[in-house]
Design a protein around this ligand. Structure first.
Ligand SMILES: *Cc1c(COP(=O)(O)O)cnc(C)c1O
Length: 440
């Protein structure tokens, strides 16, 4: 019996994994990860796999980066944790300054304040509550959110309420907040004028119900979990304008797209649009530790300052035990420092271009429906030739030393931003061979 098989048996007897069907889990022979270096995962039997999805879209500089390791170790020697409720600390302050300095600029307000949370979902929850409370403290209560079809914003109930992914979200509908869905500008089923249709729907919804809407929330430029549905920047410009016209806030969920993923620091930069609230997570700590944040415009923050004559405090009564944990902040600071010093955004942009070129012949295969890409976020949609075609392609890639995780029948490629040329070749070659094996 291999070490992997032994650990998998123990796993199956005690563990319940996220987004996992346990009836098939053991039979799928999960990789039991023991170590990682750079873009490589190494299992308990010593087999090496290229981490083709950056450990679920988080790893920016590769695993075990010496600078992030050193930053966490140094922080550990000084301060493990101290609450952000009533005290503050230097890594939390420095990271806020760094995020404000990096915030996107353009059509919209300046983002000047940072509110921390723990995961992408909890950043989204905070943003939704901020938006609603903002409406109650600036005009009148606006209890509705506008969301896009196919959207994914996380798994807590507020985040599910603004999601539009039927497979993930349908089961919870009776529990959810009041939201209004709008067609996705990335939905291929709508045909070539999907962007125009989505803008028209958004305009109609805001005309009809705009004064009840506290916020419009979108994943800017590309809906990741929907299968990498990229869309036109024009939609974001229209959303900015419609939010302003009707007094709603605009929320960009950059949990997946932030920190260089799309070849720019923020996806918002592709459109030149700045939201009132921006959520980020995943890549913030380089993929090391759970941390997320909401970047807020000054006018939003100011609405939470108590004024003379107020009958109740305007405080945002929200937070978590581990908000702004210093180890997480130190990892994030090191990640951002390396990103700046080594032009990681430039590296990500070049990696995206190289991948696009290498994927051209793959996209021409009959075994591929469509390849969608923005920077280093790539979805390769395959035709369903069996029950779990996307998964079968990933298993075949795994036999070739590349670990991938699909979204249904879309095979995702989302490597670390600093992936080298040889590993990039391996990633694309393994995918191409896997497609030929499973589908051709
Ligand atoms: C992953 C993701 C989330 C949820 O983040 P978690 O850290 O898994 O809670 C939210 N929004 C988007 C766009 C995401 O891709």
């Amino acid at each position: 019996m291999t070490a992997s098989a032994e650990w998998t048996a123990r796993d199956a007897s005690a563990v319940w994994h996220p987004f996992t069907q346990h009836a098939t889990w053991t039979g799928d022979r999960p990789v039991v990860v023991d170590r990682a270096e750079g873009p490589w995962l190494i299992d308990v039997d010593g087999r090496r796999y290229l981490d083709g999805v950056s450990s679920l879209w988080t790893t920016t500089l590769g695993h075990g980066h010496p600078d992030i390791n050193a930053a966490i170790t140094a922080q550990l020697a000084k301060l493990d944790h101290s609450t952000f409720l009533g005290t503050t600390h230097t890594p939390g302050i420095e990271l806020s300054e760094a995020l404000v300095a990096l915030a996107p600029k353009g059509n919209g307000p300046e983002l000047t304040k940072v509110f921390y949370a723990g995961d992408g979902s909890s950043a989204v929850e905070a943003a939704l509550k901020i938006a609603y409370q903002y409406s109650t403290q600036t005009g009148h209560p606006r209890p509705k959110f506008v969301r896009l079809d196919q959207a994914y914003h996380g798994d807590t109930l507020g985040a599910v309420a603004v999601g539009g992914h039927d497979l993930f979200h349908d089961a919870y509908k009776p529990l959810l907040l009041d939201t209004i869905g709008v067609a996705s500008p990335g939905d291929r089923a709508l045909g070539p004028d999907r962007n125009g249709q989505a803008i028209a729907e958004l305009r109609a919804v805001m005309r009809e119900s705009g004064d009840q809407v506290c916020a419009i929330i979108v994943e800017p430029m590309i809906q990741g979990a929907a299968g990498m549905l990229d869309y036109d920047a024009e939609f974001l410009r229209a959303a900015r304008e419609l939010a302003d016209t009707h007094g709603a806030l605009l929320i960009f969920d950059e949990v997946a797209t932030g920190f260089g993923r799309t070849g720019r620091m923020w996806a918002a930069e592709h459109a030149g649009v700045v939201p009132d609230l921006l959520t980020c997570g995943k890549g913030i700590t380089g993929g090391y530790l759970p941390l997320s944040a909401v970047l807020a415009a000054e006018h939003v923050y100011e609405a939470f300052l108590t004024r003379p004559g107020d009958t109740r405090p305007r405080t945002f009564f929200h937070g978590h035990t581990y908000t702004a944990n210093p180890l997480c902040c130190a990892a994030a600071l090191a990640n951002l420092r390396v990103m700046g010093e080594q032009d990681v955004i430039g590296q990500a942009a070049r990696l995206g271009e190289r991948l696009a070129k290498l994927l051209e012949p793959v996209g021409a295969k009959d075994s591929v429906v469509e390849i969608r890409q923005l920077g280093t976020m790539i979805g390769v949609e395959v035709p369903p030739v069996g029950a779990r075609t996307g998964f079968a392609v990933c298993q075949a890639a795994r036999e070739r030393g590349v670990w991938l995780r699909p979204l249904g029948d879309t095979v995702v490629l989302m490597p670390p931003l600093t992936l080298g040329d040889d590993e990039t070749d391996l990633l694309v070659n393994a995918l191409a061979e896997a497609l030929d094996e499973v589908i051709a």
